[in-house]
Design a protein around this ligand. Structure first.
Ligand code: NAP
Ligand code: ZN
Length: 348
């Protein structure tokens, strides 16, 4: 079978299309024939060497959907031919957090303080024609959800749903989304509307502004403007109840200054850098909260699948590339001005 691989860390130029043996599902595993896969910033991090301990050669691809082709020993309740989504995170299903339905805090993560516990980091990911995965990672796809749209849900759909839940949105509250045209942002905007919130999308240009208004954002503001001021201007001077910010260092200060009293800042990413200065006096005076969030749980994925199958959320897809065109997909991922996700057609 064909699989995208790299055998030294660096940029997309390190990727090559290799002919490799089709994996066999081990006990407790399932073989999935990949239909579509997402192309995400975490894949860029995997290739760049953020996780230096990864054994090379390696196949990235954190987000993918497809069809079950074979099942290993001891796997029940799944049959060949079923259309499935693969949960991107690894989890034991038994520890303190897994048994509370909080799989993204699974205690078997060997580096829980610094790294997401992702399948595509710890074993080969989905940029391949077939991939073996733990059977507990499978979720059945609703019949009316096509593979291309479904391929955007395992990483960004799930992450956006989990992070909003962590921030406890209430109907009528105001949610500001940084990087609103991105993968996480475009889902966060739609989910905040489902919670009955008002939404401000922070964008980088006219095309992104139009895309976000179509998705249901109440307001858009360009990132070159004074965002904290804009947010107060649309909310009676109060500020945002929630700021969703997956971007890290570059936007932290603006996000924090945009919060209303008792506001919640929530992050799941560090696209522009990992560190920030926290004004503790302002934190307690404003009774604000800073919340971390990563990936999500099976029950949350189920909820996202239901919303997508009922058309209550529409994945925003910027571009679709053929399997052989992965390097062009990567170039698109790295460009500014995208609206939504980059997806790869592996076997449509
Ligand atoms: N922990 C988790 O579970 C998890 C899951 C998913 C994603 N993440 C992380 O979350 C981050 C975002 O992921 P994504 O998939 O949404 O990425 P994405 O699709 O590339 O979106 C990034 C967005 O941020 C905007 N942006 C980039 N630099 C900016 C800046 N300096 N100021 C303001 N806006 C800026 C981009 O707009 P332009 O294109 O116009 O620049 C784009 O709208 C990444 O770091 C990713 O690794 C974490
Ligand atoms: Zn666990």
């Amino acid at each position: 079978m064909r699989a995208w691989r790299f055998d030294s860390f660096g940029g997309a130029d390190k990727l090559y299309l290799a002919e490799v043996e089709r994996p066999k599902p081990a006990s407790g595993e399932v073989l999935v024939r990949v239909a579509y896969a997402g192309v995400n910033p975490v894949d860029r991090s995997i290739i760049s060497g953020r996780f230096q301990w990864i054994r090379l050669p390696h196949t990235p691809g954190a987000e993918f959907v497809g069809t079950v082709e074979d099942v290993g020993d001891g796997v029940g309740g799944v049959e060949a031919g079923e259309r499935v989504l693969v949960m991107p995170n690894l989890f034991c299903g038994e520890c303190y957090y897994c048994s509370r339905g909080e799989e993204s805090s699974c205690l078997t993560n060997p580096n829980i303080e610094r790294e997401p516990y992702l399948l595509a980091i710890h074993r080969d990911g989905g940029w391949a024609e077939w991939v073996a995965v733990p059977s507990r990672n499978l979720m059945r796809l609703p019949d009316n959800l096509d593979f291309r749209e479904a391929s955007t849900l395992p990483v960004d759909g799930l992450t956006a749903w989990h992070l909003l839940r962590r921030a406890r949105p209430q109907p009528g509250e105001l949610v500001v989304v940084m990087g609103a045209s991105g993968g996480v942002g475009s889902f966060a905007v739609q989910f905040a509307k489902i919670y009955g919130c008002g939404v401000v999308g922070v964008v980088g240009g006219e095309a992104q502004a139009r895309a976000l208004l179509e998705l249901g954002a109440d307001y858009v503001v360009d990132r070159s403007e004074d965002i904290a001021h804009f947010v107060r201007s649309v909310n009676g001077g109060r500020g945002a109840d929630i700021v969703v910010d997956p971007l890290g260092s570059a936007t932290w200060k603006t996000s924090f200054l945009s919060l209303a009293p008792m506001g919640r800042y929530v992050t799941c990413g560090v696209l522009t850098g990992t560190t920030a200065e926290l004004d503790i006096l302002r934190l307690y005076s404003m009774q604000a909260e800073v919340i971390g969030s990563t990936v999500g749980s099976r029950w949350e994925m189920q909820r996202v699948l239901e919303l997508a199958s009922k058309n209550r959320v529409k994945p925003l897809i910027d571009s679709t590339y053929k399997f052989e065109e992965l390097k062009s997909a990567f170039t698109r991922l790295n460009e500014h001005g995208r609206s939504g996700k980059v997806v790869l057609e592996v076997k449509g």
